[in-house]
Design a protein around this ligand. Sequence first.
Ligand code: DP6
Length: 332
Amino acid sequence: SLSMVTCTAPVNIAVIKYWGKRDEDLILPMNSSLSLTLHQDQLKTTTTVACSRNFQQDRIWLNGKEEDISNPRLQSCLQESILWRLNDFDCNGTCTSMTSCSPNDDDDDVKIWFVLVYTLSQLFGVESEQLSAVARQGSGSACRSLYGGFVQWKLGEQLDGKDSLAEQVESESYWPELRVLTLVVSAEQKSVGSTSGMHTSVETSQLLKYRADVVVPSRMEEMIRVIRERDFPAFGELTMKDSNQFHAICLDTYPPIFYLNNMSHRIISLVHRYNQYYGETRVAYTFDAGPNAVIYTLQDHLSEFVQVVRHFFPPEVSGEEFFKGLPVCSAD
Ligand code: DP6
């Protein structure tokens, strides 16, 4: 008896970054975070999970390559799902999964973990409340992909992490004019993975503690307010400041972590010059644990900004992959 399910899972891009764990085993964050879930064809991950009583043991393939089943993250996902298997599915606790990932997803193991958990949940018919916690155990930020639109991952207070969950702030249709553009500066693998990077930051950066205790609590409230008001200038400014603070923490980490490169810095300068020209924030950038830029803007300013970027970053400078994010998608 072989049962199979195929699912796709979206990417999320944080505007208030998650960086630092208070519990590395349960994957509990030191601060709350907020992201937008992007349903863009090029960016989503497709997974097929098959489950059969004929297999002797669990086997997982990610991007066509078989994963080491003793990987602790994989184990915690699978162990959770074993409960579902016993409850809902008579398959002797074995599982086979194949995940295919679109190219250039350098920094999104997130999606792979999420999609694995999500697909398993579809297979075993699990409710979504449990899912947030399980997805989180694969990769912290993955739990935000459970919902569309604007999603917050609440820090939570409990030691067991039961209240550290993702929650939708507004749906994808709330701000239809919002646009997202990805500028692929480099398709190379990031130098320091987010898990080990944030571990070193927690150990060495004092700025990280200040950010978690003092900055993020009020910034989360402010961010939710400006999203509800659809106030793009305020949304953009907060988004850029938060990205910059995250990269400042990386620099404050010892030894320092460099995720941004020259191209990233040039994009940052260009966005600020563009906004200064109009005397208002029309475009915002955010960068995760790598040099690629994610740009937020409104439909009205999109084509002009794309022209400006094309002018300053012609293909011979930026490379073929640069405009991977085109055609642009809305947040939904
Ligand atoms: C910079 O979720 O990849 O993208 O929980 O260790 O798997 P682990 O980390 P991960 O960290 C993502 C960090 C970030 C910011 C964010 O998405 O909030």
